[in-house]
Design a protein around this ligand. Structure first.
Ligand SMILES: Cc1cc2nc3c(=O)[nH]c(=O)nc-3n(C[C@H](O)[C@H](O)[C@H](O)COP(=O)(O)O)c2cc1C
Ligand SMILES: [Fe+2]
Ligand SMILES: [Fe+2]
Length: 401
């Protein structure tokens, strides 16, 4: 059965959802699935914006054929070549052999590398070019590294729709509701949108900033991304989030405590720190076991909050491996402008505190580490309370100050 949604008089969502895939990019857990959005414009020419992942191709084609209702497809605009959006392209060529494909020169290079036979169909475009499909004229803006080098976004100058590629996308399949005003966004979507942005595009803040600057010059009425919801109201809210994330500014003042503990003593200290922080009036305090929390969630929270407490055992004279992996991910995704506080534990030769401090100060950008470090020899006894209080006071002062 087809499943399509009307967006405007002549624009349709013909994408498809994957609720079976466990890991996006074979890395990130997506318990709520993912949507691959594809849009069909029925002007004098019939124009498709991007396709779908291979896994949902059957549903996607049924949707597309239903929306076309016997018309032939004239154009396919490839904003992004990553196979979650272009894998179904060859099925399009088989069904509509006259289709012209619009994309950047690099997009065609990548399509060839992936084995797509687009020769004879190609209509390469660059930034500022326009194409008219009848009533609608579109223009193209380069968006390199949001999220691959070939990416462009397409702006429909007739109705103000921005086809934004992966930008403004989100994890989570669509459950019937397509528009941002059909959902309770802050309750049901923002966390998955943040986790998508920070883990998929987070590294490329500078490139997102340059796209936002170009977008600011356009009269955008609607944003149609390749994953997640279509935005047709309150665009400033989402543009504001993207501006913050891409400048690596925290959304909220607050503390995430990430702890790595084998026998529970470092965990116990982390719990005491959390309770004392709340008592000191810090409203946002979140605890995460680094061993059991997928790092994509840790990254997402690291973008959200201003302060990060790293609490790690020493492990064979090193940082606890899952903590080290979280640190490496933060560096890889360019997390910056955060304040860290360090809790270390060692039973005979404690090194984790100095190693974590060195990592944050030498490997990451624009981050600081509070001087007050909490050092645990195996376990905190009751006599350690003054030391614990001093540590918590330093963190709370930094958050509240
Ligand atoms: C496999 C393993 C390796 C460890 N390596 C070190 C080490 O090199 N130096 C050290 O001071 N403590 C070492 N420890 C002790 C831990 O750092 C920590 O003090 C102990 O696990 C208690 O904290 P926990 O209850 O939070 O796990 C090691 C513990 C384990 C189980
Ligand atoms: Fe992508
Ligand atoms: Fe994508």
């Amino acid at each position: 059965m087809h499943c399509i949604r009307k967006i405007t008089d002549d624009l349709y969502w013909v994408g498809a959802n994957d609720r079976r895939l466990a890991l996006f990019e074979n890395i990130h857990p997506i318990p709520r699935g993912i949507s691959y959005n594809s849009y069909l414009l029925l002007d004098e020419q019939a124009v498709l914006f991007d396709t779908s992942d291979w896994a949902v191709c059957r549903q996607f084609l049924e949707n597309l054929e239903t929306a076309l209702n016997g018309r032939k497809l004239d154009y396919l605009v490839v904003n992004h070549v990553e196979p979650d959006h272009s894998a179904s392209l060859e099925e399009i060529l088989l069904r509509w052999p006259d289709v012209k494909i619009i994309g950047t020169a690099k997009a065609f290079t990548f399509l060839h590398q992936f084995g797509a036979k687009t020769e004879g169909h190609e209509d390469p475009v660059k930034e500022g070019d326009t194409r008219c499909f009848g009533r609608h004229t579109v223009t193209f803006l380069a968006a390199p590294m949001v999220h691959w080098p070939e990416v462009m976004v397409t702006f429909d100058t007739t109705n103000g729709v921005l086809f934004s590629a992966d930008a403004f996308g989100s994890f989570s399949a669509l459950d019937g509701k397509l528009f941002n005003d059909e959902v309770n966004y802050d309750r049901d979507w923002i966390d998955e949108a943040r986790r998508y942005y920070t883990n998929i595009v987070g590294k490329y803040g500078m490139q997102v900033q340059s796209l936002l600057k170009k977008a600011a010059k356009l009269d955008i009425k609607m944003i149609c991304p390749l994953h997640g919801l279509v935005w047709r109201s309150d665009l400033g809210y989402y543009l504001g989030k993207y501006d913050k994330w891409s400048r690596y500014e925290p959304e909220e003042k607050g503390v995430m405590i990430v702890y790595g503990s084998m026998y529970g003593d470092t965990e116990s200290a982390a719990g005491a720190i959390a309770a004392k922080l709340v008592e000191k009036g810090v409203k946002q305090v979140e605890m995460f076991d680094v061993s059991s929390t997928h790092v994509s969630h840790l990254i997402s929270e690291s973008f959200r909050l201003s302060h990060i407490v790293l609490a790690s055992v020493t492990y064979n004279l090193g940082i606890y491996p899952p903590m080290l992996s979280y640190l490496h991910d933060m560096k890889a995704l360019n997390v910056q402008k955060r304040t860290f506080a360090i809790v270390e534990n060692g039973s005979w030769a404690c090194t984790s505190g100095t190693l974590m401090t060195d990592f944050v100060t030498k490997e990451m950008k624009n981050c600081s580490v509070l001087e007050n470090r909490l050092s645990i020899r195996s376990a905190l006894g009751p006599d350690a309370e003054p030391q614990l209080d001093a540590f918590v006071a330093a963190v709370a002062d930094s958050v509240n100050g």
